[in-house]
Every structure is written in C-alpha cells, then in structure tokens.
Write a protein that binds this ligand. Structure first.
Ligand code: ZN
Ligand code: ZN
Length: 392
C-alpha cells in the first residue's frame, strides 16, 4: 500500500504540509492555515482565509471581503473566474463554487494532470454567489460538511416563503423577528431571497460591513441598516438579521418581544433547534447536501477524490464503495475550528452537542461493518503519505 498510485499522485501535485495544502510545482498554498508567502484563497470564511500571508490571490469579489476581515493593507490580487495564471509551469484558474460571494474552486493543471480543490460549495443558486460550475479533473478535493444521507435540502425558494410567513405571523402578534445569520454569506442570502419586504429590516454592524462589499459587487439587497437606538413600538414589526452571538444581548433586547429563528443545514436534524435556543428552525445551507455532493463529485469525472470537512471518512468510504472511486479522507483544519472564536464560527459549524446519527442509512446499506479493511488501509497509507512530518 505504501507506493499506491494515490500517494504518488498526491506527492506530485498537491501535498498536505503543516502549513496547509501545498502545490510544490507552483510553490503556492491553497487556503493555508499558517502564514505562507503565496496563498490561493477559495473564499473569505475565516477557516479558509487566515491572517499573515505575504500575498493573497482570490476571486476579485473575494478581495474586498478579505480586506474587510484581514486588513486593508494585505497584498491581495483578484482574478476573474476562468482567467488563467501560470506559475512555474502550473496553470491556475478559479471557477465558481456557489458558496458565498467570490467563492471559487481552484483548478491546477500541470503536465496534463488536473486537480480541482473545491473549497466549500453548494449547487443551489442564490442570487448572491456565482452559480457552481463542475470542472472536469482527474483529482477532486471535495468538502463533506453535510456528507451524510440525512442531509437533503428542501427547495430554497420554499424555505424563503416559510421565513416570510414566520415574519408575517410575528407581525400579527406585534413581535419582532430575529433571524440568526453569520455575517458573510448566510445573511446576504437571506436578505436577497426575501420574497416580500413587510416592514423595516435591521442588520447588525458585522453584517452591514459585509453588505457594503456585496452592494459594490452588484448584489441586490433590500434596504436595511442599523436599528435606531430606541426602537419604537409603532408600525409593522421589523425583521432583524444578526449573528447568533447577539441573541439575548442588549443590542437585541431593544426590540421588545422578539421571536428567534435559525437558518442552517443543521436544522435538518431534530433536536438541534433547541440547542441554538431558537423558536423556529429553517433548513437553509450554503453547503451542498448529500445529493449535491454526489452530483458534484460525479460531474467532475474525477477518478480520485479527497474529502475534507465534516463527515469526511464516512463520505470517502461511500465514494469508494458506491462509485468505485479512489477516495480518501484528507486531514485539514477546515470547518472544525469554530469552538472558541466567534469569528471562526462563521462557517456553518455543527452545534457542540452533535446530534448527527452514528451510521448513515444509505452508506450503511452497502456494508454494515465499520470501514472495510481495504478502506482503512487506504486511509492510513494516504494519511501517512500526506503528513510529510509523520503523524501529528
Ligand atoms: Zn465557507
Ligand atoms: Zn469551510
């Protein structure tokens, strides 16, 4: 197993190093988690776009978001989708990931071999992010935040009508509506997707700052701004969009009686709503669901798939067993670092007390044992091959 083709390919174009995913041929990192000289950034969420790199390369709609979060003076260069850049003989280009504004999949081509690193993605279009485009490749690095069959998203337009109905019902009771949303991505998607503006819409300062970059990029958002210092009781009850952290704070309490709702992929699982202390939960995610992941993986035509985020080991096994792909889990620091830092919780992190089922039903159908010996060997050998410094 030590000299499996997986390892050879892996060492030839992309490796996992202590600093992150690295393309040695081009001497560039993708979404590195430690400071490096050149970083390709898939999107501006904080587990992918970190401080301290000497140079940032991202989609040009991502650059203002990076500046807003990491500082106006970072050295950042913007690329168009599909624009080709050559670094030491490696052709590099960015392609829409449909996740948030300016989010991109990174395509690398070297001596006829093509790799695509997806970053985070979703297949539903949302009037905010450029819609996801499958990019043919030999090796695809996919996320699997919701890589279990229990995660299947309802039609987002229907969910937006449910949110509208919730706001209308609260107004009839004279109650303000507070929608929890992380400041980059979910907030703008909710605002842009509202079927009706039923009254004033107020947003938290962290969201206002991100909204400005969206408006500059041509995204259409309804009129919204900071709430007045004292919210009067007259007129239709407002919709408030704010990060979960301000729930129950003086900032939120000024609105008087208030109903809280959360919109997230985690709402697809019973029991999560209560943990987030919301009165209502709406199933709306900026990540691909189970069917979306499978569709995206197959659309690339890749024979080799590496899986990051969330249910990566289970999902990699599913890809091996169901589609016969050469698939393995890739250990990264994406998606699971929202524990202490509020800003890092932006990414859709699971609630702390995880209510994910232990065994996915669909994956369980093919083989009810734990990871097959072959699968385990593949993962182990790939992991030892990937972590150049050995196990951490
Ligand atoms: Zn993200
Ligand atoms: Zn992520």
């Amino acid at each position: 197993m030590h000299s499996s083709p997986v390892n050879e390919r892996m060492s030839s174009l992309i490796q996992v190093t202590e600093k992150g995913l690295y393309c040695a041929a081009a001497d560039v990192f993708i979404d590195p988690w430690r400071p490096v000289s050149r970083a390709l950034i898939t999107h501006a969420h904080s587990d992918h776009a970190r401080r301290g790199h000497a140079a940032y390369l991202a989609h040009h709609h991502c650059v203002p978001l990076l500046r807003a979060r990491l500082g106006a003076r970072i050295a950042a260069r913007g690329l168009e989708y599909g624009e080709r850049l050559r670094m030491n003989g490696v052709d590099i280009s960015l392609h829409p990931a449909g996740h948030v504004l300016g989010s991109a999949q990174v395509r690398l081509e070297y001596r006829g071999e093509v790799w695509v690193i997806s970053g985070d993605y979703k297949l539903h279009s949302d009037n905010v992010a450029a819609p996801f485009e499958p990019v043919p490749c030999h090796t695809f690095v996919t996320e699997s935040t919701f890589g279990l069959p229990v995660y299947r998203w309802p039609d987002p337009a229907r969910v937006m009508r449910q949110i509208d109905g919730w706001w209308a019902a609260n107004q009839r009771e004279g109650v303000a509506s507070f929608l929890q949303a992380y400041s980059l991505g979910k907030a703008q998607r909710l605002l842009a997707g509202l079927p009706h503006v039923r009254g004033p819409i107020y947003v938290h300062g962290s969201i206002e700052q991100m909204n400005a970059a969206h408006l500059d990029a041509g995204v259409k958002l309804p009129d919204c701004g900071p709430p007045p210092r004292l919210h009067g009781g007259d007129g239709p009850a407002p919709l408030i969009v704010g990060p979960p952290s301000v729930q129950g704070s003086p900032w939120a309490n000024r609105f008087g009686p208030i109903s809280y709702a959360a919109a997230s992929g985690w709402m697809a699982v019973r029991g999560v709503k209560r943990r987030r202390a919301a009165d209502r939960g709406f199933v709306l995610s900026d990540h691909a669901d189970w069917d979306g992941l499978n569709e995206a993986v197959r659309a690339t035509g890749a024979e080799r798939v590496y899986v990051t985020h969330g249910s990566s080991a289970v999902y990699a096994r599913w890809l091996r067993e169901r589609y016969g792909l050469d698939a393995a889990r890739l250990e990264t620091l994406f998606g699971d670092d929202g524990e202490n830092d509020e800003d890092l919780a932006e990414e859709e992190t699971p609630p702390r007390e995880d209510s994910k089922p232990d065994h996915p039903s669909a994956a369980g159908q093919t083989k009810k044992s734990e990871a097959s010996p072959q699968g385990a060997a593949t993962v182990a050998s790939v992991k030892s091959g990937l972590n150049s410094g050995g196990e951490r």
